[in-house]
Write a protein that binds this ligand. Sequence first.
Ligand SMILES: CC(C)(COP(=O)(O)OP(=O)(O)OC[C@H]1O[C@@H](n2cnc3c(N)ncnc32)[C@H](O)[C@@H]1OP(=O)(O)O)[C@@H](O)C(=O)NCCC(=O)NCCS
Length: 229
Amino acid sequence: MKASAQAVERVRSTSGRTKHVRPPVVQLTDLGSLPNAIRRQAAELLVEAFNHPQGWPTIEAATREVEEVLRQGFAIAALEDELLLGWIGGLPQYDGRVWELHPLAVRQDRRLRGIGRALVAAFEDEARRRGALTFTLGTDDDGGHTSLSEVDLYDDVPRHIAELADLGNRHPFLFYWRLGYVVTGIMPDANGPGRPDIYMSKPASLARFAGTCADLITPEELQADRRRG
Ligand SMILES: CC(C)(COP(=O)(O)OP(=O)(O)OC[C@H]1O[C@@H](n2cnc3c(N)ncnc32)[C@H](O)[C@@H]1OP(=O)(O)O)[C@@H](O)C(=O)NCCC(=O)NCCS
């Protein structure tokens, strides 16, 4: 499991003009085969990136999570030399017909450069290789960031899902949506009263959209693809 991906780097010069610099080479590789120092960075990244009640409060808890993901499934690291830029895990469900994307984190100072998308593509490739028919994930709304928070979801579950909207803080469901995942369920109060978990899934047969950093599928393209059969 090894691949490289190039993230585009644009830097604004002092004159105000945007210039292009050589993109860094990001290596995607099996986290389980990497030294302890890199695994330690993976745990540190969990603590930093999930700095909320549903996250990992200590490096010890995060280290246990890293080891658990490696034991039950697989994990892929995005590396720039010895620096871990991000990582993603995959966990089997339903005897391996479904693979859960968990967790995913990119260093704050390297976000919005295509690393998250490259990691999701690598997760999908590896999960498919292991027999996945469906990719799935849960993305918590534990901070009132979507239209699914603080409402009675039971009054009309399909409508609440159909009308899902971000309330302004760029909840990660938008990121997954851009990569072809759709909402397939919600768990009311998963993170406390009025704070749901949002389940999103994608068929493994949509492989062709996940090959490279540059690939992208919008919800509209996904619908059109389904109509074409
Ligand atoms: C979510 C996360 C992994 C995204 O990683 P990233 O490397 O910044 O994402 P990418 O640069 O690959 O983004 C791919 C596309 O999604 C978009 N995107 C990324 N994060 C987004 C967000 N929060 N809201 C809306 N769109 C987003 C990007 O703009 C890009 O779109 P484009 O192709 O039109 O430019 C990263 O923000 C992160 O680590 N967050 C903290 C941990 C977390 O929330 N993990 C997910 C928990 S379920």
